[in-house]
Ligand binder design. Structure first.
Ligand SMILES: [Ca+2]
Ligand SMILES: [Ca+2]
Ligand SMILES: [Ca+2]
Ligand SMILES: [Ca+2]
Length: 232
C-alpha cells in the first residue's frame, strides 16, 4: 500500500483580477492499526538486572507472520529493547531498572505483521531490592545537656529514611556505638534519652555514633557530640 501522498492545495480568491496561491503538502499515512485485536502482557522483574536480561516474550500465536516489533510509548529512559525472535518479540532490559525511579512501565508495542499492525500492551512491574542505605536527615548532631538531668530525659529525636520498601528493609534498626561508658540509649522511634545522670566533673563531653542498619546490608553512621553543661 502506498503510504505517502503529495497533495497540492490551491487557494483562489474572488477578486478581479483573480489571485491564487498554491501549497504543496506531503501527507504520510500511518499503517492501519487493528484496534479490536489487542494483546495484553504483564511481566515482573527485579530492579538492577543487567543489560540484555530477558524480561519476557510476546508470543503472537494466531497465524500471522510478524516482521517487526516496535515500542511506541512508555519506554522511559530507553529502559527496554524488543527484538524479533522467530515470530515472537523478546523484551530485554537496556538500562539498569531502578524501582526507586519507576515501579511500573506501561509499554505500547506495535507488531507489524503480514496482515496488519497489532497493538500490544505490556506492563512491567519492577520489584524491590535492598540497594539504598538508610539516610539520616542531618550529617552530625551537636547537643548540650545540663548535668544532673534525670534518667529518661529526652535529649533529641533522630529521623532516618530509606528509599527501599519496609519489607526489604526488615529489621531496620537503630543502635548506639560508644567508645566509653554510655550515658544514652535510643529506641526504634529515634528517641535519644539519658540512661544515667550526667556529671560535668567526671565527663564534660561525650561523642558517639548512632547507627542505622537495614537488615545488616547497609549501615549509616550519625556522629553525635554532647557537651554537658556545668551546674554549681
Ligand atoms: Ca534502586
Ligand atoms: Ca530498592
Ligand atoms: Ca535499604
Ligand atoms: Ca558541676
Amino acid at each position: 500500500a502506498k503510504n505517502n501522498y503529495n497533495l497540492v492545495l490551491l487557494a483562489k480568491d474572488r477578486g478581479t483580477p483573480s489571485r491564487n496561491a498554491s501549497l504543496a503538502v506531503n501527507v504520510a499515512i500511518n499503517p492501519a492499526i487493528t484496534g479490536d485485536i489487542k494483546f495484553n502482557y504483564s511481566f515482573t522483574t527485579p530492579e538492577n538486572v543487567p543489560r540484555g536480561t530477558v524480561i519476557g516474550s510476546i508470543d503472537i500465536t494466531d497465524g500471522r507472520t510478524v516482521s517487526a516489533y516496535t515500542i511506541s510509548t512508555g519506554n522511559y529512559d530507553n529502559a527496554f529493547n524488543i527484538q524479533l525472535k522467530g515470530n515472537n518479540g523478546e523484551l530485554t532490559a537496556m538500562n539498569n531498572l531502578d524501582r526507586e525511579t519507576y515501579i511500573i512501565y506501561s509499554l505500547l508495542i506495535y507488531a507489524t505483521t503480514d496482515v496488519d499492525t497489532l497493538i500490544i500492551t505490556v506492563e512491567v512491574l519492577v520489584t524491590d531490592l535492598n540497594d539504598n542505605p538508610p539516610k539520616f536527615d542531618v550529617s552530625t548532631l551537636v547537643l548540650a545537656v545540663p548535668e544532673n538531668s534525670p534518667i529518661g530525659t529526652l535529649v533529641t529525636t533522630v529521623h532516618c529514611t530509606d528509599l527501599d520498601t519496609d519489607a526489604i528493609n526488615r529489621n531496620n534498626i537503630l543502635y548506639l556505638q560508644s567508645p566509653g561508658p554510655s550515658l544514652f540509649g535510643i529506641d526504634q522511634a529515634g528517641h535519644l534519652t539519658l540512661t544515667s545522670v550526667p556529671d560535668f566533673e567526671s565527663m564534660p563531653s561525650i561523642s558517639f555514633d548512632i547507627i542505622a542498619s537495614d537488615n545488616q546490608t547497609f549501615t549509616t553512621n550519625l556522629k553525635v557530640n554532647v557537651r554537658i553543661i556545668d551546674a554549681d
